[in-house]
Write a protein that binds this ligand. Sequence first.
Ligand code: B16
Ligand code: MG
Length: 217
Amino acid sequence: QLEAVIFDLDGVITDTAELHYQAWQALADELGIPFSRAKNERLKGVSRKESLDIVLEDSPLPWTDAERLALAEKKNASYRQQLEQLSPADVLPGILELLDSLAQRGIACGLASASLNAPLILQRLGIASRFQAIADPAALQKGKPDAEIFLTAAELLGVPPRNCIGIEDAAAGIAAIKAAGMQAVGVGSPEQLGAADLLLTSTTELTVEKLLALFGD
Ligand code: B16
Ligand code: MG
């Protein structure tokens, strides 16, 4: 029985990846480190700290922990400036309709995003009140592909994992959902998200009927 749907944020609800890219590119340019859109692909779903470590892989300098912290804060300040542009028009197609249908059927919604900025992003998108639970990534031990973030969201909702669906655009996210014992819906390509129980190419294809069908309803 489907009781809750737990969403990833970047790549499922909105495309913040482009804004992350702009902020990382600006930082890399300032440091004289090569960076590209291709490299930015590796940062999707990865925490801010781990993202910075990947950006600094191409720097010959040995950055201390304190320096890394300052750089991560700098990137986040410019990213948050970019978030000012975000508006309800940036909710990906089909998501608002899905949130409506889920609410109508009394199915709860949770968020499992690696982003510490997730509450602000949901607010800017005008959909914060649609989520009954947001897992706080700062309080977690392990990132995706570990199950922890999805299990935490389910626990906050008071729903057993077997009655949850997780929706993700990244392979590590699909792995996290499966490890949590939930049904996994992937939005993306079969090369990356082959492990999903249901694979869709775009958020426009996300309907409550397809989600219920995963439970034989
Ligand atoms: P922040 P998700 C992830 O969001 C992004 O995909 C990833 O690129 C970003 O580094 C991470 O959030 C942390 O974001 O710097 O805002 O804490 O896909 O897990 O919703
Ligand atoms: Mg994502």
